[in-house]
Design a protein around this ligand. Structure first.
Ligand code: AMP
Length: 188
């Protein structure tokens, strides 16, 4: 299966991804995680991405698309991928469609984890990431609203979107995601 997880910072994408990976047995492609890995390795890619990440803005599409393209060509991605935090712009979504088409691997669908902003801010207050500082967080939420939310329509128009309620416990949210997935499982 090839599935996209979409949601604002604090929606629980990281937690739900971990559960989904175990459940589906497919590899994870988190562009945020790949960028942080590049940072730990002291790579040039991260140096180019750093100003955007530190300010809560999106990293330019070409940097992200290079990361994704490289990862998608690794053999473990042949049977499926869980995309987490990617795509985040319409340009990325269109580029992903082209990459998957070239590899003959269609997308099964996108799951939106929807959470209202008050709850997001409360949840994030409990985390300790450097990009969770109030000003950076405000920018991250803005980037989500302005650049990523239009993807919901993009996937809805193609009949590929399911929205799940992201409130409640991680178990409750995961149960909703599994229900959403079961409608695609037959096609996989
Ligand atoms: P995340 O861990 O997914 O929240 O990503 C952390 C930061 O990495 C984001 O605030 C962006 O600056 C950058 N980033 C991660 N994924 C993307 C993406 N698909 N497009 C642009 N920027 C990204």
């Amino acid at each position: 299966m090839r599935i996209i997880l979409i949601g604002p910072p604090g929606a629980g994408k990281g937690t739900q991804s971990q559960r989904l990976l175990t459940h589906l047995g497919i590899p994870h492609l988190s562009t945020g995680e790949e960028l942080r890995k590049a940072c730990r390795a002291g790579s040039e890619t991260y140096e180019k991405a750093r100003p955007s990440m530190e300010s809560g803005r999106l990293v330019p599409d070409p940097i992200i698309l290079d990361l994704v393209n490289e990862r998608l060509h690794q053999p473990d991605c042949a049977n499926g991928v869980l995309f987490d935090g990617f795509p985040r712009t319409l340009g990325q979504a269109e580029a992903l469609d082209r990459m998957l088409e070239k590899q003959g691997m269609p997308l099964d669908g996108a799951i939106e984890i929807r959470v209202d902003e008050e709850l997001l801010i409360k949840r994030i207050a409990g985390r300790k990431r450097s990009d969770d500082l109030p000003e950076v967080l405000r920018q991250r939420l803005l980037a989500y609203r302005e650049q990523t939310e239009p993807l919901l329509e993009y996937y809805a128009e193609r009949g590929l979107l399911q929205t799940v309620d992201g409130s409640g416990t991680p178990d409750e949210v995961f149960a909703r995601i599994k229900t959403a997935l079961s409608t695609w499982a037959d096609k996989a």
